[in-house]
Design a protein around this ligand. Structure first.
Ligand code: SAM
Length: 391
């Protein structure tokens, strides 16, 4: 039995068992729970709460029958408003610990909290049943339904599959894709069928998305925001934070198919410019083709680090960056060396964000704004938009 302490980054809470730190899943701060140790990592233990002896406010009955077994969610047992409070505590703690910043963080609600995943990568068990993996395991939990999956996704669950996995996507315009190394059942309503690499006989399968009435094309299995409200939420937050002016020079780094690039380019107008840097070849090609109507946009394929060091990005009034989960550690010195008046950092990992904010502070930037959004309800993931100004 343990007394559960604060929430930690990763979907668990911290407790102590005989003086040793234990990261406990499926619990809440302030609870008293019986645990089952799942891993001894030497310096700490990992455990699951298996019985709640004293429940905390905010504990609810999970909407999913396999919550606690399936590794797809972390917080099904927590009321969504309390989930957001926990996420805010995590971001606040990371900023305090890694960047020396003491700041209250309010995580904004984004609806819906169920039925939001428009992109699912289902794993397939040895019997061909699709599902999701257990937490920190290769074992597949077969599923008949998944409450966080978007209701309009192709009905992959309920069919048997061969191969390693099945990707299912539904876009903002209702296009539906299945990507698998297996025949797709005839009764499955899909618009695009691709192989497991997201390819058709014509090449990479692309899908259509619409954001504030602007069309985008994206590779079927390439990067696109998953929550149906994510793209508009982030575009609005980035534009409000960046405060770009007509004629500004802007760098959009880790730009994907140019989601932010298009709106930033419209804001700087024909007298300004936006350089859009993306390492993934397909995404960069789509950005190049689909942003061709904006003469102020320069799409640079390749890594951000290379674009900065080669001089393809040599100056910027404003830098927007949206790196993957690992953050932008290697690019930060060169970004700061551009001396933009403002940096807008979109982050899906608060620890990487806090580390990079610390690095920017050491180079003369201060955090002037922070928004956080619950774009992945029921999970420990949270999206932040941080604004930094040159001191
Ligand atoms: C979180 S996504 C953001 C994409 C885009 N901003 C959007 O919202 O659609 C991160 C992107 O960075 C790209 N990427 C990863 N490492 C990179 C690097 N070193 N340099 C440039 N792009 C990179 C990925 O291919 C991916 O498209």
């Amino acid at each position: 039995m343990v007394e559960v302490g604060p929430v930690a980054h990763g979907g668990h809470c911290v407790a102590r068992l005989d003086g040793q730190v234990v990261f406990v899943r499926h619990t809440l701060p302030g609870e008293q729970v019986r645990i089952r140790v799942t891993e001894d990592a030497g310096r700490y233990l990992r455990a699951d709460a298996v019985e709640v002896l004293r429940a905390a406010d905010g504990r609810v009955t999970p909407p999913c029958p396999v919550a606690g077994t399936c590794g797809g969610c972390d917080f099904q047992h927590v009321d969504p408003a309390v989930q957001r409070r926990l996420l805010g505590d995590v971001v606040q703690e990371q900023l305090r610990r890694l960047a020396g910043i003491d700041r209250e963080v309010v995580v904004e609600e984004v609806l819906p909290v169920l039925g939001w995943r428009t992109r699912m990568s289902w794993a397939v068990d040895p019997d061909g049943r699709p599902g999701l993996r257990r937490h920190r395991s290769h074992e597949v939990v077969p599923l008949e339904q998944c409450p966080i999956a978007h209701p309009d996704l192709p009905a992959v669950l309920g069919h048997r599959w061969t191969g390693q996995g099945v990707d299912a996507v539904v876009t903002s315009v209702g296009q539906r894709l299945v990507a698998a190394d297996a025949p797709v059942p005839h009764d499955l309503e899909v618009d695009v069928v691709a192989d497991a690499d997201g390819r058709t006989t014509d090449g990479v399968a692309t899908l259509d998305e619409l954001v504030h009435d602007r069309p985008f094309r994206v590779a079927g299995t390439g990067f696109w925001q998953v929550h149906p409200a994510a793209a508009t939420t982030l575009v609005d937050a980035v534009l409000a934070s960046a405060e770009v002016r007509p004629g500004d020079v802007v760098a959009d780094l880790y730009a994907g198919v140019g989601l932010f690039t298009r709106f930033l380019a419209e804001a700087v107008g024909p007298d300004g410019s936006v350089v859009s840097v993306e390492a993934d070849r397909t995404a960069s090609r789509l950005a190049h083709d689909d942003l061709a109507d904006l003469s102020q946009v320069d799409v640079v394929p390749g890594t951000t680090e290379r674009a900065l060091h080669s001089g393809r990005v040599a100056t910027a009034d404003v830098v927007v960056l949206d790196p993957p989960r690992t953050g932008a550690k290697r690019a930060i010195p060169a970004i700061a060396a551009l001396e933009p008046r403002r940096i807008v950092y979109v982050a899906c990992d608060p620890a990487a964000l806090a580390r990079d904010v610390s690095s920017l502070r050491a180079r003369g930037y201060e955090l002037s704004g922070l928004q956080a959004f619950a774009l992945f309800p029921m999970t420990h993931h949270v999206e932040c938009v941080a604004t930094l100004d040159r001191a």
